[in-house]
Design a protein around this ligand. Structure first.
Ligand code: SD4
Length: 321
């Protein structure tokens, strides 16, 4: 496009939008790829693995899977994969989903005994005509595809569960229940977006309870024309607003990733003015230009960023309350 045409276009835009916004958009077009952003502190470790792939010209899908596998395989992380806190019956049940630049997606829920549900979700996406397998069917599929059956309940998680059993109080409270989920979204050097999300879900949940994390549109959504979004926190509230899809659609309407995350959180507050004060939900979004943003109901939601400009750094999202 000629410089004159670009200038005229910018001039037309400027008459409709505040100048600062127009220039922010214009600048964002120059953002350098690749970029990976992940939820919570363990996002740093996830980004490291993802970055190995992204920085050597790899695909965002491979990067987000590799990143998600890091906390899944870490027995010390009590909210994802191995070592995850169990449900109220003492069973570790895992939820995960993955989505690529072609809108291909795969998911598993209530999957037991498998350390890397994100890789099972990818197999569902690539090897079946389906999107979502749950429970025993998901386990059977995993075993048929070479995944090993393992004990996921570690001594530390078992101890915490037995402690919880003494009162058996089931009340999800923001940021104190140690039930953080990894959501990871990336833009690769070819400007393609993908995302992954994986969790052991709400600690001491009812048997069979599934949160937002394995639900495409709720905890993860990717539209390669627009952007990608992921969520963490009390999944029921994210499902109610189909949160990540909402964030991507808000970006489609011209909102920055930051504005889109803020509007999605505001929707939860509008729906649940009282309950929203006591729970945590956070959104993290990345657009096609490599701009990112995050916002949460409560303080304390951290996310990690790795890009050519940002040397794997942790940020704390702004919050509604
Ligand atoms: C769930 N969203 O199962 C997950 C839990 C989580 O931070 O993300 N906690 O509802």
């Amino acid at each position: 496009m000629s410089t004159r045409r670009k200038f005229l276009q910018l001039g037309t835009l400027a008459s409709f939008a505040p100048l600062s916004k127009v220039f922010a958009r214009f600048k964002s077009k120059l953002a350098t790829k690749p970029v990976v952003v992940s939820t919570w502190n363990f996002g740093l470790g996830a980004n490291l693995e993802a970055w190995k792939i992204l920085s050597s010209g790899g695909r965002s899908l491979d990067a987000v899977e590799a990143g998600a596998r890091v906390p899944e395989g870490d027995a010390k992380e009590s909210s994802v994969g191995l070592g995850g806190l169990p449900d109220r019956d003492g069973r570790v049940t895992l939820d995960a989903c993955i989505m690529d630049e072609f809108a291909n997606c795969g998911a598993v829920a209530c999957l037991e005994h498998i350390v890397h549900p994100i890789s099972v979700a990818r197999k569902v996406m690539e090897k079946t005509p389906h999107v979502f397998l749950v429970g025993d069917g998901a386990l059977q599929f995993a075993l048929d595809n070479g995944f090993k059956k393992e004990k996921l309940l570690t001594p530390a998680s078992e101890k915490a569960w037995k402690e919880w059993l003494k009162t058996a109080q089931y009340k999800p409270i923001a940021n104190v229940e140690n039930h953080d989920t990894i959501g990871i979204v990336a833009l690769d050097g070819k400007q393609n977006l993908s995302g992954a999300c994986t969790t052991s879900g709400m600690a001491y949940k009812m048997r069979g309870r599934v949160g937002d994390s394995p639900i495409i549109g709720a905890a993860l959504f990717v539209d390669n024309e627009i952007g990608a979004a992921t969520s963490t926190g009390v999944g029921e509230e994210v499902i109610r607003i189909v949160g990540s899809h909402l964030v991507v659609e808000l970006m489609r309407q011209g909102n920055s990733p930051q504005e889109a995350c803020e509007k999605a959180v505001a929707r939860i507050v509008k729906n649940q003015p009282v309950k929203s004060k006591e729970i945590q939900v956070g959104f993290l979004a990345l657009n096609k230009d490599g701009e990112y943003g995050a916002f949460a109901l409560q303080k304390g939601f951290t996310y990690a960023v790795r890009s050519p400009e940002v040397e794997n750094k942790l940020f704390e999202a702004k919050s509604y309350y």
